[in-house]
Structure formats: structure tokens, C-alpha cells
Design a binder for this molecule. Sequence first.
Ligand SMILES: C[S@@+](CC[C@H](N)C(=O)[O-])C[C@H]1O[C@@H](n2cnc3c(N)ncnc32)[C@H](O)[C@@H]1O
Length: 192
Amino acid sequence: MKTRESGMPDEEMWRGFFDPDAILRSLRLTPSCRDIVEFGCGYGTFTIPAARVVSGSVHALDIEPGMVAITQAKAAAEGLQNVQIYLRDFVQDGTGLSTASIDYVMLFNILHTEQPERLLRESYRVLVPGGLLGVIHWNYDPATPRGPSMEIRPRPEQCRDWAIQAGFQLCEPGIIELPPYHYGIVLDRPAH
Ligand SMILES: C[S@@+](CC[C@H](N)C(=O)[O-])C[C@H]1O[C@@H](n2cnc3c(N)ncnc32)[C@H](O)[C@@H]1O
């Protein structure tokens, strides 16, 4: 089931909302991460920059054939061999990835989903102990130029608390401002 209000504006507009490389750095994505997964890759805005950083593969999932095709084409155009893209409903079918096989999970602009706990449980399952979960989402501010409607838009504290309930631990410095329109949170799957 496609997450409510998860359609995309045109690509140029979407790209203008972020500095993806800076966000990935702030959210502790480094070459020490081998294999990673992104739930809902969209235009590949973060998939492609992430693939240039990690030492393994980026597994990118999306329910929209058009998004899969665009991200695939970008990876091919850049000659990136380490992007695996799947047309898949991660709400209904999960990621299909092995338990404890992933170093970093990206839940970017997706936690307004109907069942956030489902995505967080699947994130926990696929992460290695000590692996990281990066969350970004739109500021809880009706003045942002896009983003889910306020009734379903999670506050940063809500995302943090959902993740903690799923078993994650909050990493320093907690909630991170990602101006102009986003916040980020990094959590880890405890090693023990
Ligand atoms: C708001 S976009 C965010 C894209 C990307 N993470 C980013 O921040 O640029 C959400 C994406 O998730 C995809 N999506 C929504 N529900 C999904 C589902 N159940 N399974 C797989 N993909 C889904 C949408 O098609 C869309 O491309």
C-alpha cells in the first residue's frame, strides 16, 4: 500500500529542498557503512549520493515504477555498480533483505506513513547490531513549501519516540536541524 501523501512534485522542485551530501554527512553516513537500504527512493535524490559514499551497495525500494526507472537511469548514467533498485511495496512485503545484513537504513520523508512502527520494526530487523537508522522529515511547520499535511506530519520527537519504542537508541546530538525545511535523527540498533 502506497504511503499516504507520498507522491512527489516535479524533480527540479524536489531537488531544491535539500543539500543531500551535507544531509548524509550530518546523519553519519560514511564509507565505514557497507550495505544500506532506502525505503522509498523517489527520484534517487539521496540514493545516488549515498552510493558514492558507502563501501557496499545501496538497496533502494519504491512502489512506483516511474521512480524506480528514474533512479535506475541515474545510477547507470553515473556508472554506479553498487545500486540495487527494487519495485516493491515495503509496507506489505517488507524489504526482502536478510536479517542483520545492513549497516544503515534511510527513512527519509516517509515516516508519515499509516504504520510507522511497521517500517521501524523492519528497519530494526535488517540492521546489524550497532547499525544506524537515519530519519529525515519536513519540519513541523505549516509554512514549509511541501510536506504532508499537518494532521499526519510527525513532529521530530514523535519520530524519535517511535524509533525508541521499536528498540533503537538515540545517538548524539539528538534532533538535528537540516535547514531550510527538514530535521534529522540518527539512532542505532544496540549492539547487545
Ligand atoms: C516523499 S517520497 C521520498 C523519496 C526519498 N526518500 C527522498 O526523500 O527524496 C516517498 C517515496 O516512497 C514511495 N513509497 C510510498 N509508499 C511506498 C511503499 N508502500 N512501498 C515502496 N515505496 C513507497 C513513493 O513512491 C515515493 O517515491
